[in-house]
Structures are given as C-alpha cells and as structure tokens.
Write a protein that binds this ligand. Sequence first.
Ligand SMILES: [Zn+2]
Ligand SMILES: [Zn+2]
Length: 338
Amino acid sequence: MSSDVRYGVADSVGSLLAAIAHSISEALRIMSFSDKQLWGMDEHEHQRALEEVLDEARKDFQEMGPLVNGDIYYENDRTHDSLQELCLLRDRFQAHALSLREWSRSGGPIDPVWTRDTHRLQRDLHRAQCRAASRIFTSGQEGSARCLGAFLVYRKQRVWSNRQAAGVEEGEYQKRYLEELRTCNRIGTFQRFGEADIAFVCDYCDGHLLWDDLDKMPSVRTAQETVLWPTTPISPSTGDPQWQATGFSHSKHEEKQVVFAPVAIANHTSPHPGDWRARLLCPFCEDEAAVPRDKDDEEDRWRPEATFDDIAAFEEHLLWQHTTQKSSIASTGNCAVM
Ligand SMILES: [Zn+2]
Ligand SMILES: [Zn+2]
C-alpha cells in the first residue's frame, strides 16, 4: 500500500464515506438504465452485490457513531490512517463505477470477476469503518484498554454477570449465551493458523489472538457440574470465574483445557504499532481492583498497566490467580466449531 497522503484538507471520514456511497449509487444507477431483457444471472448477481455493499455500509455508518460518543465525532474524524484507508477505498469504488459505465456503453455480458471484487470491496469497507471507529475509541482511553471490538463483547458479558444474581430462566440463559457467541463472530473471524493453531482476527484492531495446537474451537465453557444448558461465566456455587473450555489438541487429539474464546476476545487490546498480536488484560483483576480495600492489604495483585502478550501468558495468570482446584478440570466433552 502506498504511504502517500492522497486525501484533501477538507476530507473527513464522513466526506470519504459519502463519496464511496455516491460511487455505489452511481453503479446501481448505471445498471438500472441498462436493458434488463439482456441480463443473465451474472448481471442480477452483480446488482445484488452492489445493493448489499450499500446496505452494510449504511448500517455500519449508523452503528459506529453511537459507539464513539456520537455521529459528529465519527463523521468529522480526520485521523490520518483512517483517511488514508478510506481514500484508497474511494478510488477503488470509483474505478469500479467507471468500469460499469464502459460496460453500459459497449454492451455484452458483465465480467463476473466484478462481482467477486464487489464482495471484497464490501469486506474491506466494513473493516475500514470498524478500524476508523476503533481509532477514535482508543484515542479516548488510557494506555492499556480494550479495543472497541473487545468492548462490544465485554459489554454483553457485563449485562449478563450483573443480572446473574437475580437467577435466570433457561430460555433467557440460552439467549444470552448465543448472543455472546454471535457478538464475537460479528467483531471478527476465526481461522486456522498454520497447521495446528487457531486464530481469531479482530476487524476493529486487526489484532490476532492465537490458540496453540487446537483441533476445533470449543463453543461452551467447561462445566463443573452436570448441567443441561451452557455453563455460566461465574460459578453459582463458588463464585469463581469459569473461564475454561474443553478442546482437543490438533497434534495428539488429546483433551485439553483452553481459555474460552469469548473470555479472551472480550479482553483483548490493540497490538503495539507494527505488531500483529493482540494483548490481553484480566477482567477478574479489574473487578477486584474496583472493590475498595483495606489500606493494610499488602497483597497488591492488581497492576493496572499489566497486559499479557498472548493467550498462553493470560491462561497461566488465570490458572494461578483465578482458579480453585475444584473448578479446574471437570468436562462435558462438548466440543463444536463456533
Ligand atoms: Zn480488536
Ligand atoms: Zn487476574
């Protein structure tokens, strides 16, 4: 990618997104004026792809504003990296509209490759909007804080744990559990990493979380007792955090305990500049720090600046600091891909 600054002084996230929306509308307009009687599957599919990209871009735009304290902050943002990314995208969308114009003049069937390109543009535009909002969000935070994507999952989990004490019905329970997984899948994607590992890549900060030697990502927490529905984040009997999930190693297909993916995803921070690995912070230490303590309390476990470089370091901390023996190893053997 070129590092040239290609945006103008008047450009902002809002103005570049408007220019992109204009190119998509223009492309749709060109198609609407072409002779539909000559259309085949490819033309219809291309029109659908364009409608989808416009819908998602609009939806993302409406959602990002409130996440960063208002549309006005998002629209008027002029963060260099965001403008540069959106500028490149604007040019790609313009080039696409231009190709369509040529096609409408010369006639003939549409190039099916353009539809694939449009899907790719949609994906890139979605991630560019996530990252732009994330930059604003991060700039308003203290040094080591969650990325915006992580915060969205964390927020869901908080609602859950705050109300847990009141006791929830199984139906309600299932709903929250599925929402937690769905939110994770909305903020990024799981993918195989190398031969044996699984990575989660966050759309908001581009950070990677890496689980070593894992066959499939387990989709439920490890249960302490036999339960009929997914295990809660906090044990109802002991009050301990339940952060483990039972998976299988890729190399030997042996059962192993791993950090339950939503626990890691909800607590990751953006990578250091130039790095690709997301770091992690401990939500349980955070909670403990929020409780006022005795002045004489010597044991100062909470270091607010403490972040963990990877899942392995995070897991070690959780094992040492937040696991009682009882909660460590019972398993449901319930394993599925997320
Ligand atoms: Zn992130
Ligand atoms: Zn901790």
